[in-house]
Ligand binder design. Structure first.
Ligand code: SF4
Length: 476
C-alpha cells in the first residue's frame, strides 16, 4: 500500500508522516486503527463535522469504537466501490459531500480523513476547497501504513488545525477565544484528565500564569487562544506537528510534566526559564503538599508499565516517587526531546525505558520482571492474567484520575493497592484451571490438536496444481 500510495502521488504526505512519526521495530500498528485518534479529536470538537473516506469494514470498526467511547455526534462516511475508486469518482463524491455539509449555521469546520485504501489510491484531499461559505475544510491522510499509533494520529489532525488557525491569525483578526484568562498562559499539549488543567493552573498561579486552552482543542476559536500563549507545555511528548506549529508561531515549548516532587520542581523551573519568571514561590507552595501526599500514600510494589497513550514515562515517574520499583516502562510512542527529562530521570534510577515498544517486548519484560502489578495494554493484561500476575489496563488507570500536582500524587496508590491484593486469588485461579483452555485446547470440546481428515492435504495439493496448470494453459 505504501508503494501504491507513492505511485499515486502521495509521496509528500507520506514523507511528512514518516518524518514526524518514525517507525519502530514493526511497520504496522499493534493497537487499534490509528485513524481512531484523528477521528476522536474531530468528534470531540464543537461545530465540527468529521467524514471518513475508507473501506466500509474500517469505517464500521471506527464508528463502533467512537460510539463505544461516547462520541456525541455522527461519523460522516462517503462510501466507494472499485469503480468509483479507480475512476476518481470517489474524490468527486467527497467534494460533493463536503459542499453539502459545509453550512456555516451548523459547522465551523469539516474534517475529511483518508483511511488506508483511499490514501493508497491517491485520493487528493489537498485539492478540496480550503473554505466553503466560511466553513473551513481540512483533509488529512491517516493510513495505518504511515501513522504508527492512534496517539500520533491525534497530532495529525491537531497539527493540521493549528496550522490552519495560525495562518488565519497571521492574515488578520480572528474570533476571541471563549475563556480569556487575562494573564499570560501556558498551553498544555495532550488530552488530559479534566482535573489536571485545574491542578496545573494552581501550580502556575504564584507565577502570575494561567492555563490556556488545550491542544487538542474543543472549539475552533480555542486554537487561537492555544497559539496565543506565553509557553506551550508538551505534556504528551508525541505531538510533533502541533509543536512545529507552536514554534512557527514563535512559542517556546517545554517538555515533561509536573509529576511528583522532582518532576514538578523541574517543570516549574523550565516554565520559569521560558517565561523569565522565577518559579521559587510556586515551588515553595506546591512541593511540600506533593511530598506530603506521596508520603501519605506510599506504594510498596514492583510494577511494570506499558502503554500507547504517551504518558507512560510520567506515570512511571510518579509510581517511582511514591515508592514503587519500576524495572520497565514501554511506550508505543517514539523517542522525542519532550520526554527526554523523564527518560534520563527514570534510567538514572535503574528503569529500562523502551520507546516504540512492541507487544513482544512488553510481554518479555513482564515475564522477566514477574512484577506485583503489570500495567499495560489489553493483550499484555490478558497475558499477565494467564500467568497469574495482577494487572491493570493503562488507559483505565490514567483516564479516571489526575496525574499532576498533589492530586496526582495521592491518586495512584489506592488503585495499585487494590490491584496487587489480587495476586493470591490469581494464583489460585491459575492452579485451578491448570492447562485447560490453553493453546490448542482453547474452545469447547478440544483436548488436543484437531486432525485433518485423512487424505485432505493430498486432495488440496492436487487441486491447486491442476488450477495452476489451467491458468498457465490460458496464458499460452
Ligand atoms: S486497514 Fe487501515 S484504515 Fe482500515 S482499520 Fe486497518 S489501519 Fe485502519
Amino acid at each position: 500500500m505504501l508503494q501504491a500510495a507513492r505511485s499515486a502521488g502521495k509521496s509528500e504526505s507520506l514523507d511528512r508522516l514518516l518524518t514526524d512519526y518514525p517507525r519502530g521495530p514493526h511497520d504496522q500498528p499493534q493497537s487499534m486503527c490509528p485513524a481512531f485518534g484523528a477521528l476522536r479529536i474531530g468528534l470531540r470538537m464543537r461545530r465540527t463535522a468529521t467524514i471518513l473516506s475508507g473501506s466500509a469494514c474500517c469505517v464500521y470498526g471506527l464508528t463502533f469504537t467512537s460510539h463505544f467511547y461516547g462520541a456525541k455526534r455522527s461519523v460522516g462516511y462517503v462510501p466507494f466501490n472499485s469503480e468509483t475508486l479507480v475512476r476518481g469518482q470517489l474524490y468527486e463524491d467527497i467534494r460533493n459531500a463536503v459542499y453539502e455539509i459545509a453550512k456555516p449555521a451548523d459547522y465551523d469546520t469539516v474534517v475529511v480523513i483518508n483511511l488506508c485504501v483511499p490514501t493508497a489510491s491517491g485520493v487528493p484531499l489537498d485539492r478540496l476547497p480550503k473554505v466553503i461559505d466560511g466553513v473551513r475544510i481540512i483533509g488529512i491522510d491517516v493510513p495505518g501504513f504511515g501513522v504508527p499509533t492512534h496517539a500520533e494520529a491525534k497530532d495529525v489532525l491537531s497539527g493540521a488545525m493549528l496550522r490552519y488557525a495560525r495562518l488565519e491569525a497571521e492574515s488578520g483578526p480572528v474570533s476571541r477565544p471563549r475563556a480569556v484568562a487575562g494573564l499570560p498562559t501556558v498551553t498544555p499539549i495532550g488530552e488530559l484528565f479534566p482535573l489536571d488543567p485545574v491542578g496545573i493552573g494552581a501550580l502556575l498561579a504564584p507565577m502570575g500564569l494561567a492555563v490556556g486552552p488545550q491542544v487538542p482543542s474543543r472549539e475552533w476559536r480555542d486554537l487561537y487562544g492555544a497559539l496565543d500563549c506565553a509557553v506551550a507545555a508538551a505534556v504528551h511528548p508525541f505531538y510533533t506537528a502541533s509543536i512545529r506549529e507552536m514554534r512557527a508561531a514563535g512559542r517556546q515549548v517545554v517538555g515533561s510534566g509536573p509529576v511528583g516532587v522532582d518532576g514538578t520542581a523541574a517543570w516549574l523551573d523550565a516554565i520559569g526559564a521560558a517565561t523569565g519568571i522565577s518559579a521559587d514561590t510556586a515551588k515553595a507552595r506546591a512541593l511540600p503538599a506533593i511530598r506530603a501526599a506521596l508520603d501519605a500514600n506510599p506504594i510498596r510494589a514492583r510494577i511494570t508499565v506499558s502503554g500507547y497513550e504517551g504518558s507512560e514515562l510520567l506515570v512511571a515517574r510518579l509510581l517511582t516517587e511514591a515508592g514503587a520499583t519500576v524495572p520497565y516502562v514501554g511506550t508505543a510512542c517514539p523517542k522525542t526531546e519532550w520526554s527526554e527529562p523523564d527518560r534520563a530521570w527514570l534510567e538514572s534510577r535503574g528503569t529500562h525505558v523502551q520507546y516504540r515498544a512492541s507487544l513482544e517486548q512488553d510481554i518479555a519484560a513482564m515475564t522477566d520482571a514477574m512484577p506485583d502489578l503489570a500495567v499495560g495494554t489489553t493483550p499484555l493484561v490478558q497475558k499477565a492474567k494467564a500467568l497469574g500476575i495482577p494487572s491493570l489496563y493503562f488507559t483505565n488507570m490514567v483516564s479516571a484520575r489526575p496525574l499532576f500536582g498533589s492530586a496526582g500524587a495521592g491518586a495512584l496508590a489506592a488503585i495499585v493497592a487494590a490491584q496487587t491484593k489480587g495476586r493470591e486469588r490469581f494464583a489460585r485461579m491459575v492452579s485451578f484451571f491448570g492447562s485447560a483452555g490453553a493453546g490448542e485446547s482453547a474452545g469447547y470440546g478440544w483436548t488436543d490438536i484437531p486432525k485433518d481428515p485423512p487424505g485432505s492435504k493430498d486432495r488440496y495439493r492436487k487441486a491447486r496444481e491442476a488450477k495452476a496448470k489451467a491458468t498457465q494453459a490460458v496464458g499460452t
